[in-house]
Design a protein around this ligand. Sequence first.
Ligand code: ADP
Ligand code: MG
Length: 716
Amino acid sequence: MLITKASPVTALSGCGKKRAELLSTLGIETVGDLLRHFPRGYQDRGNVRSIDESEVGNTGAFVLTVSSAPTTVRISGGRTLTKCKAFDGDKSCTLVFFNRNYLNDILYTGCTYRFWGKLTKTKKGYELSPSVIEEIREEKALSDLVPLYPLTKGLTQNFMKAIILTALNSCLLREEDDCLPLRIRERLSVCGEGEAYACIHNPKNEAMIKKGRDRFIAEELFLFACSVNLAKQGRTYAKGKQFEYDKCKLYDFTDKLPFTLTKAQSKVISEIRRDMVSEYPMARLVSGDVGSGKTVCAMAAAYMAIKNGYQCAMMAPTEILAMQHYRDFSELFSKLGIECGFLTGSVTAANKRKTVEKLKSGELKLVVGTHALISQNVEFDNLGLVITDEQHRFGVAQRTSLQNKTAYPHVLVMSATPIPRTLALILLGDLDISVIDELPPGRQTVDTYVVGEAYRARLNAFIGKQVNAGRQVYIVCPSIEAKEETDEEISEEDILTFDLDVKKENMPKLKSAVEYEQNLRNNVFPSFNTAFVHGKMSGKEKDSVMKRFNDGEIDILVSTTVIEVGVNVPNATLMIIENAERFGLSQLHQLRGRVGRGAEKSYCILVSDSSGENARKRLEIMKTVSNGYKIAEQDLEIRGPGDFISPISGPSGSAKQHGAFGFKLAGFCSDSLMLEKVFKIAQETVINDPELKRQENVSIAAALSAGIGLGISGVN
Ligand code: ADP
Ligand code: MG
């Protein structure tokens, strides 16, 4: 039988119903899904160490000759312990196995094997407890780079490797199905789909991994670029909801504001107005550094929409932000006699129903919420404006989904992530861009310091001083709880990171929010009010903590990056960022922007014991530069475009998350030129064939409609 990417996994020999069901929990249904199940890293078993050279405590590959037959004894708990001797060079060690009674049939005296495990030293000598045993045979070379796949309970690495290799060997891949046609691959110097799968799943060396990876990075970026260009194309033909100029006047609105708009804000608002009174739908991004006052521009747009008789929906990426916007919006709009609704996952069913009804009937003109707003059962009477905040957290797909609730409403996107203009034009190419390039008057710069662990006592004294002066403090940690370990027998250090370019700098141990807060509360500041907040808490819990911090009931808030965007507590004057080396520059800048929002002098202290040169360099930039756009340019220069595309939602370490635009691999892109080339080709492709209907483009259209390349991002 012919096996193609569309065949079910059960078409492969070695995959029955049971396993197919397990694979399906990983989202793998077809042979094509299996081929796209990429390793999360590789074990470098080719890098064999001798017992002599290896440092005790290290995990790695050893090639050893067995010198005594395995003997097994029963130990406590019904377990068994098997031991035998083995050697390399002139050093020997004891191999130790638990519950592996069949070893007598596998390990023979005098034969040589490759083992993978951790070398330890006891009083009796060296010990190795291998998790992998491979027989060395002349006729069959062992592979040196062994892929490690994301697994689910019930599936093993060995099965996954075997079934993916079977898929690789039996699946017919046709050139006409490759979503990067040859003419495009040639221009980008990347390989075809089939070769790329072989490189990724069965690499002979690191160069092959890179080759395969580059192809999928290019593919992901290309499909994304096509969707961006298609969105823009679609809009130029669409009819928008044309607002009346006279109903866009803002006198009563500005009357109710507690401040005067800055020049930059007025300019941006008039750009928004110009879009909305035209016959085409607006799709505008308002970009501005933290604290530049984007929210009031959004409010002005909402007011114009409502005055014109339309509804307006404002969507934020997190409960915390949605709640904060809701407070700001309802405060101002109640003065204007306009009710503001609130809709998130944590709203009670009864309240939700009420809001949904009022949106459907048109009684409610304004609603703030999270992605609950794009759920199936929310309908609008006549939605005229959609505002999304911190757009990079929403994929193009989500953005489009809310827009589809009505024929082409105006769309306004707010982003506090300063990204270099060249990148913005590419990544946000479907949007027109307005920049608020001026801060409201009286803003101070936040003094920034970089310190190491040796400063801990002084740091704590400084925290105490701020709190005693009535101020509040943020402390950001990169992880939630101390133990967030990976699956199976493999720990982080064992694997060669998928990102081969970034050599792991000596990473200090991660601080975690929960333990940190416990220690503060019990040992350091028992008389202060402390609390933690992180992304695994429910929306309700998070909101209640944020509200208490907002109301001044909490002195010190320990958190993960959930507080990163948009949170506004002017009384907070000190931001401490632990493991600062783990964060991208733009992210550090975002975090720093949480303080310096009131009249009091504010400080940002970056704590890092990293000796890595790159980390040092980046932290130094934070100390001297306060303009977000300048920081972004430098970040681009040092780290390449990947960070802007991907991991803004997680601390950057070896394990990159689906972030920002929701890419799987493109976060590894370190090549700005490649990025620009990809986008240029995508633009040409869409201009020449606006509906991707030509024969030469059908594979691209198919990949897009299968959802490959449309980012949907997670929220931390
Ligand atoms: P961001 O651009 O980071 O979203 P916000 O919209 O949250 O910034 O505004 C930050 C703070 O500045 C808010 O407290 C807001 O009320 C205040 N603000 C906004 N515009 C002005 C202005 N023109 N003059 C004075 N304060 C302003
Ligand atoms: Mg904001």
